[in-house]
Design a protein around this ligand. Structure first.
Ligand SMILES: [Zn+2]
Length: 262
């Protein structure tokens, strides 16, 4: 697979992404031209009404059943429309089917930019989820590996689980009516919070996973020391992306080969 250009779309509600730096990182690692664009739904603003409608149809209301297209109410369409200008309130997280979300994005990309050597990477604060037939439920996802590739900042924060002790103490605190802020302070630094400055480094690893999948068909690595590790725990995510901060030898070799081909 030849790659000549990456289109990277910003998410202004999450300035911690530092899209410019992410673009530089992709350019440097993959030796490819990167064009940074504003938020996807702003860049392709023509069919805003259609985006709002289609996004509303991709919402998940029951995490235990596979996707069924939702028929949206006018209020739900207005909610989506307002999310383009008002930044999402994180206390009320809406779940979207990740593959439907990806398709809405794909449908809006013009033919002239849909060639296989062009890769579109969208950062969004919307929570993308996929249905898992192993346990028959939806799970939040930090990255949807496809072209266009989707990185969900809310997914990065919500999908990998916090430390087990956090949940045990949380249930203890809730049953005793204690303040959760105290608990958050106890575990500070062990998981990502909204608007965490570490997000700019973590997101580079997810961008690599999306690009690796497109170029090799294999996005993830088994090694926790590799940036392609598919972390299910926040501690592992912080380890692979911050403490280790590199590819394993095997994937570095593949990366070197990719750059030679490109
Ligand atoms: Zn690896």
């Amino acid at each position: 697979m030849k790659l000549s250009k990456v289109f990277l779309y910003d998410e202004p509600s999450v300035p911690e992404i530092k899209t410019d730096r992410l673009g530089e990182f992709i350019k440097e690692k993959f030796c490819v031209e990167v064009e940074i664009r504003e938020r996807f739904f702003d860049f392709f603003k023509e069919p805003t009404r259609k985006f709002s409608h289609d996004l509303a149809t991709s919402r998940i209301f029951n995490p235990l059943t596979p996707f069924e297209k939702h028929i949206p109410t006018p209020e739900e369409i207005i909610f989506e429309e307002s999310s383009f200008t008002n930044f999402t309130n994180t206390s009320n997280i809406v779940m979207y089917d990740g593959f439907e979300f990806k398709q809405i994005i794909a449908n809006a990309i013009p033919q002239s930019e849909s060639q296989s050597d062009m890769f579109h990477l969208i950062c969004t604060d919307k929570l993308t989820c996929t249905y898992d037939y192993y346990d028959y439920r939806y799970h939040g996802r930090a990255v949807i590996c496809s072209n266009p590739g989707i990185i969900s900042t809310t997914g990065i924060i919500e999908a990998p689980a916090k430390p087990r002790e956090y949940y045990l103490k949380m249930f203890e605190n809730i049953s005793q009516g204690l303040n959760l802020e105290v608990l958050k302070n106890q575990f500070k630094g062990k998981y990502l919070e909204y608007h965490d400055v570490k997000l700019s480094e973590i997101i580079k690893g997810y961008a690599m996973q999306a690009l690796f999948y497109y170029l090799t068909g294999q996005p993830f690595c088994e090694s926790k020391d590799c940036r392609l590790y598919n972390a299910h725990w926040q501690e592992d995510l912080l380890h692979s992306q911050i403490a280790s901060n590199k590819l394993c030898d095997h994937h570095q070799k593949i990366m070197d080969e990719i750059i030679q081909i490109l």
